[in-house]
Design a protein around this ligand. Structure first.
Ligand SMILES: CC(C)(COP(=O)(O)OP(=O)(O)OC[C@H]1O[C@@H](n2cnc3c(N)ncnc32)[C@H](O)[C@@H]1OP(=O)(O)O)[C@@H](O)C(=O)NCCC(=O)NCCS
Length: 281
């Protein structure tokens, strides 16, 4: 039976170099690939480290953003998207040359160069981390959430179905926290894959979590065979739950590549990320 049975995770070495420990458990295959780019928002870097990748209209947008934090998140996320697209296009297009647009519903897409308009990407950002998934072959949806947030079952009654809730209730508190975040991020990744965001009630999707989580809907027919993976990204001080959603399509294998985007690697140590290193006297 076809359908992404082989799983390969690439890029773990570079991720470890930057202080990230990726727990494999992901993915893989007639061979499609998805690249996931991670970038930690570094307070010690200047906006110029990132704006060099941006298009002119994005540079103008920075001044319209309400807070410094929003502006920083904006420049980092746009730089990562553009860097990731250029990498997928083997540098045939420079980062600032991409023209991006939002579809009805808000999902961002590549508009120009038209010859690369089949490229797909999706973005998620949360507390200091930006994650972008890019693929030449497959539509993608991505979501990332901080792992250390305290979420009670009652807080997510608008997100979880009855079966998901009763399954989670059987777990201990720590396992509950992870399971809630996994279901949450898988649903959100799927809603972003569909391009609908939360115009759809998340309870219309049901997730069965495991090594290979599955998603189905009793209410409506999904437009393809869903495929999702969820993994935990550890830094020295915290962790994140990241979920990726795509359609199986015609592919037998999916390769997932991880990349770390840091415009000034090894220049300055980021507090927190490297806090387990001994200080030189
Ligand atoms: C996009 C959405 C689905 C998720 O947003 P979010 O969790 O707040 O933020 P994320 O960082 O994960 O994603 C935001 C990015 O997704 C992309 N996005 C926006 N709308 C999208 C859509 N309809 N489809 C796909 N991607 C979309 C954008 O790139 C956006 O970043 P930008 O605004 O800087 O361009 C949002 O529309 C929403 O409704 N959020 C509600 C969150 C919620 O209630 N979650 C319950 C858990 S199931």
């Amino acid at each position: 039976m076809k359908g992404m049975v082989k799983t390969v995770v690439h890029g773990v070495t570079s991720a470890e170099y930057a202080g990230v420990n990726l727990k494999p458990g992901l993915f893989s295959n007639r061979k499609a690939s998805i690249s996931i780019w991670l970038s930690f928002i570094r307070e010690d870097l200047l906006p110029a480290h990132y704006t060099v990748f941006l298009a002119d209209d994005e540079k103008e947008e920075i001044g319209r953003l309400q807070s410094r934090a929003k502006a920083r998140e904006y420049v980092v996320s746009r730089a990562v998207i553009r860097k990731a697209l250029s990498h997928a296009a083997r540098q045939e297009v420079k980062p600032h040359e991409w023209r991006l647009e939002k579809k009805k519903g808000g999902k961002p897409i590549v508009k120009e160069p038209a010859s690369f308009a089949q490229f797909q990407f999706n973005l998620s950002h949360c507390s200091g981390l930006v994650a972008v998934a890019v693929s030449k072959d497959l539509e993608v949806g991505l979501d990332i959430e901080p792992g250390d947030q305290v979420i009670e079952l009652r807080d997510v009654s608008s997100v979880l179905t009855h079966s998901e809730t009763s399954w989670i209730k059987k777990m201990n508190k720590d396992a509950q926290r992870i399971a809630i975040l996994q279901i949450w991020t898988i649903k959100e990744a799927f809603l972003k894959l569909l391009g609908k965001g939360f115009s759809i009630d998340p309870r219309e999707l049901e997730v069965v979590v495991g090594t290979d989580p599955t998603v189905h809907s009793k209410k409506w027919k999904l437009p393809g065979k869903p495929f999702c993976k969820s993994l935990i990204i550890h830094t020295s001080t915290s962790f994140y739950v990241l979920s990726l959603a795509t359609w199986k399509g015609i592919y037998d294998e999916l390769d997932i590549f991880f990349h770390l985007f840091d415009p000034a690697p090894s220049r300055v140590e980021v507090p927190g990320m490297f806090s387990n290193r001994k200080k030189r006297s």
